[in-house]
Design a protein around this ligand. Structure first.
Ligand code: URA
Length: 237
């Protein structure tokens, strides 16, 4: 059990089920109980050993939430592009209310693992260029992948703007399909790395971030809230 001592409006709002104002209204209506007793005082602080219910449903507090999404094509990870739907609309209304943001972005036409959270510190740490967390992708290319590309990427591909990438690991899976692991996240990095060797990425899927792999049970567009061990795998990097 998580140990905490928090106000009941904060606890309920942390689930995304209601905003703090809505919690107030629910309390007035007598929908909130602590240890079986109705309370109208939203500022009341309780601990993890108390039982809080909203309309009969048990509510537990999590300071942060982490969602694993298998991103489909056509969705963007940021709100910069108002003409495209964001990945957030794939989440339940409760989760959408929490205004989660993605840890590192995938391009609109890239699929696969996206982590959404409200834990800014962990997000910042995992995308920090100094942290060098491995991000693994499966790429399908327009042309055959020449075997010498393994060494080119290992030495550091040089992009069209002259930037020399950090060493990346390439494993050729079939003539036009590979697994590629990068440690940074420059704009369109993998696509630009392949362009630098005269090839073109036509399909790209992220399969892992550090120790955390995309759950193969999640179809594109599906998501799950991460379990404690999965969160530890993510945050211990
Ligand atoms: N590299 C790309 O080119 N696109 C992505 O979405 C991620 C990495």
């Amino acid at each position: 059990m998580e140990s905490y001592y928090e106000r009941i409006d904060k606890i309920i709002a942390s689930t995304g089920k209601l905003s703090r104002n809505e919690v107030k209204k629910a309390a007035k209506k007598g929908l909130i109980k602590v240890n079986g007793k109705t309370t109208k005082d939203c500022s009341l602080k309780i601990t993890g050993t108390d039982t809080l219910t909203l309309n009969g449903e048990v509510i537990t507090y999590s300071k942060y939430i982490y969602v694993m999404l298998n991103k489909p094509k056509g969705y963007v990870c940021s709100t910069d592009d108002p003409s495209s739907p964001t990945v957030n609309i794939l989440l339940s209304e409760d989760l959408q209310r929490l205004n989660l943001f993605s840890i590192g972005r995938l391009d609109k036409n890239t699929t696969g693992l996206v982590i959404l959270t409200n834990d800014g510190e962990t997000a910042h740490r995992l995308i920090s260029p100094t942290k060098h967390v491995d991000k693994k992708y499966i790429a399908v290319t327009a042309n055959e992948i020449a075997p010498n590309v393994i060494d080119v990427f290992k030495d550091g591909a040089v992009l069209e703007d002259g930037y020399k990438c950090m060493p990346a690991e390439l494993e050729i899976l079939s003539p036009d399909r590979c697994a590629i692991t990068i440690r940074e996240g420059k704009y369109h990095q993998i696509k630009r790395m392949f362009e630098s060797v005269g090839n073109k990425v036509i399909e790209l899927t992220r399969v892992s971030i550090g120790n955390l792999s995309l759950d193969t049970g999640l179809k594109q567009g599906e998501y799950k809230v991460l379990t404690k061990p999965e969160i530890s795998a993510l945050t211990s990097q």
